[in-house]
Design a protein around this ligand. Sequence first.
Ligand SMILES: [Zn+2]
Length: 224
Amino acid sequence: MLRTHLKRGTEKWLHLTNLRCRSQSAAGKQCWKCSSSDINNTFFCASCGVLRETAEKEDYFELLKLKKDFNIDTLKLVQNYRHIQSMIHPDKFAQKSEHEKAIALEWSSLVNKAYKTLSKSIERGKYLLTLNGVTISEDNTSLDKEFLLAMMDLNESVEDAETADELKNIASNVSVNIEHLNLKLVQHFKANDLDGAKEAIIRLKYMNNIERTVKEKLLHLNLK
Ligand SMILES: [Zn+2]
């Protein structure tokens, strides 16, 4: 109870300070304390050592010191994330000014968001597409009819399935499909085929949804 209350308070405060920071510093190109411009891509100002302000758009790959690629070194991702979080953890700034505390909180939530995005392949793919100006719309008009019909069929067979065996059968087909789509996604990014990558991501989302429904239905059956 107290914890949620505190969390809410922090969030509200973070939101307010966020607004203030945004309006004060243009793009985080200059150190807010010493005005040095030698602060690109690092968390601290190279001349005076203070934590720099976050910029409007921080690149998640740059933040976590990873090559801008779909195929990432996942071990490096985890290691870099932990290392950076320990450097900028708000606890370390407890004795500093209110402004520095606020920036530390902002960095911390940004780095968390970056880590969450890059650690999941679909989210990483979507983010990489966004960086390249490709967005995924919700209406999915880019999908071919054949695939959509197949998805409708699949959904129907999940609905109609009455036994655990039937559901397990569907689940194993779906998981083969997901594996196949994941491979395709890797290949599309490797070949820089962004349209192909986009399509694979949309299909994967469909498949993941069906997989989730099947699992829920199986769980429900087992509980009966
Ligand atoms: Zn400075």
